[in-house]
Ligand binder design. Structure first.
Ligand code: KIV
Length: 308
């Protein structure tokens, strides 16, 4: 047995225990470097299947394959040291039967080393949630607007804005909690309904477009950073990263075109002794690579990157 890890990673029960203690903070994350930053501020990171739309240009989350979730899940687990990492089960990998859900969720857990999975659906998924939790897989549920059902719902529509809709959504929340989910995402749910559900169930509600009445909040990281071209009304822009990237890339392009970049400070000169020894040597072995100048020793550091 190896020594105790120096940083203890949060687990699903730690998230459940935060209900009524303090607001739970979370973001989606799809890569190692943003995970490392978000890890310092968030209780859990969700490798959401929204990555299909945000990173890969799909129009909905429906086409996202399991292998893609696993690949991004691995990256986020490598980047985050403390936050619980939750990986979304994509459409078609868990709805058919509890045993199919277990097979795919177990693969996600084993291949990414994440601490929990998330799946969409209320009452209809209660049996599956129970089956997974009984077999060692922590499950975060997701009710209200469930984007994987977009083709049935007919659009990204807010849920529970008429009282007639409330009973079904409240029943979804009650049943996923009873089935053993450790938390439940409420997506695009009317504020008064989110308040009722949060008060009624023993597990934390994590709101996205569901008001401050929830136990915690989640946003798609690219949305709140100002990187997404269009965002829903419930997103607050906490940054203008898209504009910063645009400006930096524009400046780079201008510098390359005008010859300002790269300057001498970004180039490698010959070592003094090899410059004098090699100068004018007939029959020297030609250097490999695109240019004719020999690559100076030490110009490449580990992993093939030039030393800084
Ligand atoms: O896929 C995702 O990003 C999500 C959040 C919207 C909760 O499920």
């Amino acid at each position: 047995m190896s020594a105790e890890p120096t940083v203890k990673r949060l687990m699903a029960p730690n998230i459940t225990a935060l209900k009524t203690v303090r607001p739970i903070v979370s973001l989606t994350s799809y890569h190692a470097h943003t995970a490392a930053i978000a890890d310092r501020h968030c209780d859990f990171l969700l490798v959401g299947d929204s990555l299909g739309m945000v990173m890969h240009g799909f129009e909905t989350t429906v086409p996202v394959p399991l292998d893609l979730m696993i690949m991004h899940g691995r990256a986020v687990v490598r980047g985050a040291k403390r936050a619980l990492v939750v990986v979304d089960m994509p459409f078609g990998t868990y709805e058919e039967s509890p045993s199919a859900a277990f097979r795919n969720a177990a693969r996600v857990m084993k291949e990414t080393d994440c601490g929990a999975v998330k799946l969409e659906g209320g009452r209809r998924m209660a049996e599956t949630i129970h089956y997974l939790v009984e077999r060692g897989i922590p499950v975060m549920a997701h009710i209200g607007l469930t984007p994987q059902s977009i083709n049935v719902i007919g659009g990204f529509k807010t849920q529970g804005r008429t009282k007639a809709e409330w009973a079904a959504i409240e029943e979804d929340a009650r049943q996923v909690a009873e089935a053993g989910a450790f938390a439940v995402v409420l997506e695009a749910v009317a504020a008064p309904l989110a308040k009722r559900i949060t008060a009624a169930i023993p597990i934390p509600t994590i709101g996205i477009g569901a008001s401050a009445n929830c136990d915690g909040q989640i946003l798609v990281m690219e949305d709140m950073l100002g990187l997404s071209p269009r965002v829903p009304r419930f997103v607050k822009l906490f940054g203008k990263v898209g504009a910063v990237i645009e400006e930096a890339i524009g400046a780079y392009a201008a510098d390359v075109r005008s010859g300002v970049f790269p300057g001498p400070e970004h180039a490698y000169e010959m070592k003094p002794e090899s410059a004098s020894a090699g100068a004018g040597t007939a029959g020297a072995t030609p250097p490999k690579g695109r240019g004719t100048a020999p690559r100076p020793r030490g110009a490449r550091a580990a992993k093939g990157r030039p030393r800084r």
